[in-house]
Design a protein around this ligand. Structure first.
Ligand code: FAD
Length: 517
């Protein structure tokens, strides 16, 4: 036994596989393994599943904690990867229904520019051409490239890991090309108009980096997936999604323990062999899948003598991505009266998205935020005659670590107030008259709840070095240990995190089949 020995009298039971953390990645892995008949124990420190994918109640409002628009879902007739996965697990159609977001997004700039972009590849392309006719050729070529990227992704998904890099390069050269470029570099090849570029780039907040830094593959894959499969929202909020996944998991024979904070991963003969909870309970196993960020998993939960130096370099090299800053607002008037006429509205102070990103690196009010008005797609998400509005921007979590307790509320309230002001100046001039409840979450809130380093909501930054192809993979630092969630595989976000769990499960099963350990 490596590290501190354990008290054998505290062994509760033994499972083939233990998953630590019932965030989206942990749930994805646990469900997939239960689906193929494995006996899995899922351990979660909270008394509910979901991690960031949760909701909370203030006054008469139950707020969605994170999700704005779910990608890669689609419908029965037009199924994305996530739809197929959830259907296979029995989550849909019986346990959960989804609403489709009717339009893609509204884009508002403080100079008065205000457009609403439709969803659907053709509709989006046509709208861009209508708005920027002199850029027609670039727009058409850009959209063709996006379709080529999607074809490449579908090729990879179809092959289920059985493809060579040479094959992808030959059949889908655009994938390799965009993997090594920033979004700004791709834009330069097609467009000249800055407003057009800012308009297409509106979703950059969903990945946490602006065009001059974000990995083009990650961005274009996200854009075209939304356009092809639409944007969805689960009835009952993301808590209903994670609860339905837990229900399927249990029906498939899985076991969940809540209020189970894992303190350390046990190691014998160099491989993961169990976990010890903070209360001293011990569960033994043959493999551990961790939904805890890879730095904490490796540096806090494992005995240090077993961790290879090369793996430490791998987990410390990438930059940690941003956290969120959100203002959850319950308004005592209907969204129709207040002028919230779309679900997702991006508010921009400027076209210069570099500047907007810089505002996340200071304790300053943002120059870019997104306002989600859920009632627009889901009328009864709040009591009749009220509106649930969530304003979200990004902030680098590190900044907040040095905020002193006596300054915390002052800074938090100042930024929140300026975010409400941005809504007052653009969409709803009298918003302040209708605020019934408001709650603000800072990077410290997101850290406290999820225990992700710096409260990072998408894991590592999704730049050129950390796009979907080069990002940390699921195989952990020692045999029998796997990583899932936003920090791994294809990156942060709902569908990517869930699917990262499925990928890790596949890797574990392959490792067994091939006798890797
Ligand atoms: C405000 C906000 C808005 C967002 N909007 C969107 C959006 O619109 N679309 C989108 O796709 N994504 C969005 N995201 C991002 C998305 O929510 C995350 O990327 C994703 O949920 C991360 O999932 P994960 O698997 O990495 O797990 P996490 O959410 O990090 O969950 C980890 C789990 O592990 C548990 N845990 C931690 N330590 C322990 C321990 N020691 N023992 C046991 N359990 C432990 C935690 O309690 C948690 O349940 C948003 C996030 C936020 C915060």
């Amino acid at each position: 036994m490596e590290g501190k020995d354990f008290d054998k009298s505290r062994v509760v039971s033994r499972y083939p596989i233990i998953v630590i953390g019932a965030g989206l990645g942990g749930l994805g892995a646990a469900c997939q393994l239960a689906y193929v008949g494995k006996k899995v124990l899922l351990l979660e420190k909270h008394n509910v599943p979901g991690g960031f994918a949760t909701s909370f109640v203030r006054g008469r409002f139950e707020f969605e904690g994170a999700l704005h628009e779910l990608s890669d879902m689609g419908t029965q007739e037009n199924q994305g990867s996530l739809y197929r996965f959830l259907e296979r697990l029995g989550v849909i159609p019986d346990k959960l229904q989804f609403k489709q977001v009717p339009e893609f997004y509204r884009s508002v700039f403080l100079d008065g520019y205000d457009v609403t972009m439709p969803i659907g590849v053709e509709e989006y392309t046509n709208k861009l051409i209508e708005l920027f006719p002199s850029e027609t050729k670039g727009i058409e070529d850009f959209m063709e490239m996006c379709k080529a990227v999607l074809a490449g992704i579908e090729f990879i998904v179809h092959k289920r890991g059985k493809y060579s890099a040479a094959e992808v390069l030959k059949e889908h050269p655009w994938l390799a090309r965009v993997s090594g470029l920033t979004l700004a570099e791709v834009f330069e090849k097609f467009f000249t108009n800055k407003r057009l570029m800012a308009l297409i780039a509106q979703l950059w907040g969903y990945l946490g980096l602006p065009p001059h830094r974000v990995n083009a593959y990650a961005f274009l894959a996200m854009l075209i997936t939304y356009l092809k499969f639409g944007a969805a929202f689960p009835m009952g909020r993301s808590h209903a999604l994670t609860s339905a996944m837990v229900k399927s998991f249990e029906e498939l024979g899985g076991e969940v323990r809540y209020n189970a904070l894992v303190d350390r991963i046990l190691v014998e003969n160099g491989r993961a062999c169990g976990v010890e909870l903070l209360n001293g309970d011990i569960y033994l196993c043959d493999a551990v899948i961790s939904n805890i960020n890879p730095i904490c998993t490796t540096m806090k939960m494992l005995p240090q003598e077993v961790v290879p130096e090369s793996y430490k370099k791998q987990i410390y090299a990438p930059e940690i991505g941003p956290s969120g800053f959100s203002v959850y607002i319950g308004l005592n008037a209907s969204y129709k009266e207040l002028g919230f006429n779309v679900h997702e509205t991006f508010i921009n102070e400027t076209d210069d998205l570099k500047k907007a990103y810089e505002s996340f690196t200071k304790l300053d009010p943002p120059k870019y935020l997104v306002a989600a008005c859920y009632n627009h797609i889901y009328e009864d998400i709040s009591p009749p005659g009220t509106t649930q509005l969530v304003l979200t921007t990004l902030q680098m979590g590190k900044l907040w670590q040095s905020v002193s307790p006596d300054q915390y509320h002052h800074i938090k309230d100042h930024i929140a107030d300026k975010m409400v002001e941005m809504i007052k100046d653009t969409i709803c001039p009298n918003i302040r008259d209708y605020i019934e409840v408001a709650e603000t979450a800072t990077p410290l809130t997101y850290y406290r709840y999820s225990k992700n380093i710096e409260g990072a909501i998408y894991g590592y930054t999704q730049d050129i070095l950390d796009g979907p192809t080069l990002r940390l993979k699921s195989r952990g630092s020692i045999p029998g240990l796997y990583q899932v969630g936003a920090w791994t595989n294809i990156g942060g976000g709902f569908s990517s995190s869930i699917l990262s769990g499925r990928i890790a499960a596949g890797m574990y099963l392959r490792d067994i089949r091939e006798g890797r350990w």
